[in-house]
Design a binder for this molecule. Structure first.
Ligand code: M6R
Length: 364
């Protein structure tokens, strides 16, 4: 049931504030001062490193989580795509926690990677949407993301719920490892609890994204740029767009631009820059200026402060609500999704059932 929406994808994008609220209530204590993980839990004081493995959008969620676990919890994290991971035969040392992320919990490569880690990792954690799935059943600590059934082939609400679950896990790790105190934990948890409201506000960009998407629909190639934890969001934006609009899109870490891809830039190639006003913003602005100096059309996705600092010369701007930089990757999923969605609608493609793709990839 599409509940009045034109596509399941549109419904699932719009559902995000509600499902996220449920996920937050599941993990965060009612007084918002602590986190409860399902038994047997995980003793983060004993964790030396984490290995995260997934495919597609779930892989990008892991790339964001790497920033979180390394920056706030001080745990080194390795991330790999499931189809590559086990063929490398990576050595596994004591103190390793393996974490697998999968909406369906049935992705063949991810499941095979999990089986590779059985008996090697200290603990196998999974972040899954389908609680009775193979990946959930075969892990020591399955963490449900509570996104509800996702029907659109392009993953949307599962991504934001995967991110939210891993943000909570990273905060738990940071707290028990003494990297953040009770007060900092409580502050971050209250920011998280405010996230559904901010997400709701962010959905207000729909009209603007629709207008920009009509122009994007006429292009052949699009570049996405992001820095820090926004780099995986750039990757997610490019993947969403490719999947459902069939427009060629690529994402780069902003700083990599001048090492090659800038050669692609001309007036026909829109460059979408995902950049909230954070500590890395000024560096991104100089990358943007390099694009504009070569006639590139920059679509800047930022907040009010960012738009002010960036100044004139951008092709267009999508204005996002202000947010704690720690949580920005969750919020910026919304423009990534809406740009892809409206571009696909403008092109008239089959949004929920894009060609050549299946919702769950159960062959290797
Ligand atoms: O069910 P999974 O999360 O394991 O699926 C992984 C990928 O196949 C999936 O995220 C795919 O990339 C999506 N279609 C992206 O929108």
């Amino acid at each position: 049931d599409k509940a009045g929406y034109k596509h399941f994808m549109a419904k699932e994008i719009a559902e995000q504030p509600t499902v996220l609220q449920g996920a937050l209530a599941h993990y965060i204590n009612a007084d918002a001062t602590g986190i409860t993980l399902p038994e047997p839990g995980l003793d983060f004081t004993q964790v030396e490193r984490m290995t995260m493995v997934a495919c597609g959008t779930a892989f990008y969620a892991c790339l964001v989580a790497k920033y979180w676990f390394e920056q706030i919890a001080g745990i080194p994290v390795e991330v790999d795509v499931a189809s590559e991971f086990r063929y490398r035969e990576p050595p596994v040392t004591p103190g390793t926690v393996a974490l697998f992320v999968s909406q369906s919990g049935e992705t063949a490569d991810t499941l095979a990677a999990l089986r590779y880690m059985e008996g090697k990792a200290d603990k196998i954690v999974s972040v899954v949407n389908v609680p009775e799935s193979s990946i959930a059943r075969e892990s020591d600590l399955p963490l449900p993301i509570l996104a509800g059934t996702e029907i659109g082939v392009a993953s949307t609400k599962a991504f934001t719920c995967q991110l939210t679950t891993m943000a909570i896990l990273a905060l738990q790790a940071a707290h028990v490892r003494g990297r953040i105190d009770d007060q900092e934990l409580a502050d971050k948890l209250s920011n998280l609890r405010a996230l559904p409201g901010v997400l709701n506000l962010a959905l207000g960009i729909e009209g603007k994204t629709q207008e920009v998407s009509r122009k994007l629909a006429e292009t052949r190639d699009i570049l996405f740029l992001g820095r820090g934890a926004m780099y995986p969001l750039a990757l997610e934006g490019a993947l969403k767009l490719k999947e459902i609009s069939y427009i060629h899109a690529e994402a780069y870490a902003s700083g990599e631009l001048k090492h090659g891809p800038i050669a692609l830039v001309d007036k026909h190639v829109p460059v979408i820059v995902m950049a909230p006003r954070d500590a890395l913003f000024d560096k991104t602005v100089s990358n943007m200026q390099e694009v504009m100096a070569r006639g590139g059309k920059v679509l800047l996705v930022t907040d009010r402060e960012g738009a002010k600092t960036a100044g004139d010369g951008v092709w267009d701007t999508i204005l996002m609500p202000e947010i704690d930089p720690f949580l920005a990757p969750i919020l910026y999923a919304v423009p990534a999704q809406l740009l892809a969605y409206h571009t696909a609608v403008a092109k008239g493609t089959d949004v929920d059932q894009p060609r050549n793709l299946a919702k769950s990839v159960t062959v290797e």
